[in-house]
Design a protein around this ligand. Structure first.
Ligand SMILES: NC(=O)c1ccc[n+]([C@@H]2O[C@H](COP(=O)([O-])OP(=O)(O)OC[C@H]3O[C@@H](n4cnc5c(N)ncnc54)[C@H](OP(=O)(O)O)[C@@H]3O)[C@@H](O)[C@H]2O)c1
Length: 291
């Protein structure tokens, strides 16, 4: 089997991806501050912002392909820690592109829907980026620098994702589920729209990208929903109590990083190449008993 290096294996998406990839690849997954065990994956602890350590990792593993998911993925933390998050989100992503380019290894970089301002959705790959927070700026800068260094790389703009999680990570539904199960009020935006997918759908898309895509691609889902609508649908499918769900608007909740209102992605290019997200109902049904 060929060797696949997955950065961020202790994160939400990396954990989902490593499990799926292990049937076809010899998988090496990285973690940083947390330890994790994933069946079929060799876990390596590394600070990816240390270039010498990154080069050693390449020398030791000699990967045939790389999917780069490690990131400072919290917009609020990127806002408050701009230098540290830049080092990981931009500099490391380009270092990995260079290491892959020099060896002509397929490279997938996970970008984000947050490269857009949320005012002109649905967004196509050809739309101009327009980030409104540091996280989005860093992803937009990394996209350009990665593709400059390695035009054959696949830059996948990920949508909001949900799903089962390892003890080391979370997705946006875990706090929702906890609040509903414990009878706490859950305020959800009626004016923030996304095209979410499950972590397993996203992982399938990234593995497809590794083999098929070059350049920028959107890996959004097929349904545009508000957070509020998503929460209500999720509660219905997972048979959770809904009495404490309350509708609210973005402006009611102050946050460090500004939030784009509508980041719906038009992912028809990826659909045409075989990316086939489950419907939200199907994806949520698949999570029964797992979340
Ligand atoms: N989740 C979403 O809804 C979403 C939406 C759009 C785009 N994305 C993008 O998709 C990718 C995966 O997101 P995610 O939700 O899986 O992220 P996550 O759960 O926050 O995981 C981040 C990963 O990065 C690792 N990491 C952090 N600092 C590191 C360092 N200095 N060196 C090495 N590894 C380091 C973490 O390791 P430790 O935990 O071990 O420290 C963890 O494995 C990211 O690029 C994110 O920006 C995510």
């Amino acid at each position: 089997m060929q060797k696949l290096l997955v950065t961020g294996a202790s994160g939400f998406l990396g954990w989902n991806l490593c499990q799926l990839a292990a049937t076809h690849w010899e998988v090496y997954g990285t973690c940083f501050s947390k330890t994790i065990a994933i069946p079929g994956t060799t876990i390596i602890a590394i600070d990816l912002t240390d270039l010498a350590a990154l080069k050693d990792l390449f020398q030791t593993v000699q990967p045939d392909a790389v999917i780069h998911l490690a990131a400072q993925s919290s917009p609020n933390r990127c806002q408050n820690q701009p230098e540290a998050s830049y080092r990981l989100n931009v500099t490391t992503s380009v270092h990995l592109a260079a290491l892959c380019a020099d060896r002509e290894r397929p490279y997938v970089f996970a970008s984000s829907e947050m490269v857009f301002d949320g005012l002109k959705a649905p967004y196509q790959e050809s739309d101009r980026v327009s980030p409104i927070n540091r996280y989005g700026e860093q992803k937009a800068l990394a996209e350009v620098a990665v593709l400059d260094r390695y035009p054959k790389a696949a830059v996948c703009r990920m949508p909001l994702m949900f799903g089962a999680v390892p003890p080391t990570a979370s997705s946006f539904i875990q706090p929702f589920i906890h609040a509903l199960r414990t009878g706490q009020e859950l305020k959800l935006f009626t004016d923030e729209f996304r095209t979410p997918v499950s972590g397993s759908t996203a992982a399938k898309g990234l593995l497809l990208a590794l083999q098929t895509f070059q350049g920028r691609f959107h890996l959004g889902g097929k349904e545009r929903v508000s957070r509020y609508e998503f929460g209500c649908r999720m509660a219905g499918v997972l048979a959770l109590p809904t009495a404490t769900i309350k509708a609210c608007r973005q402006q009611d909740v102050p946050m460090a990083a500004k939030r784009p209102p509508d980041l719906s992605l038009d992912s028809s290019q990826a659909f045409a190449l075989g990316y086939a997200p489950l419907s939200l109902r199907e994806a949520l049904t698949a999570l029964r008993g797992l979340v």
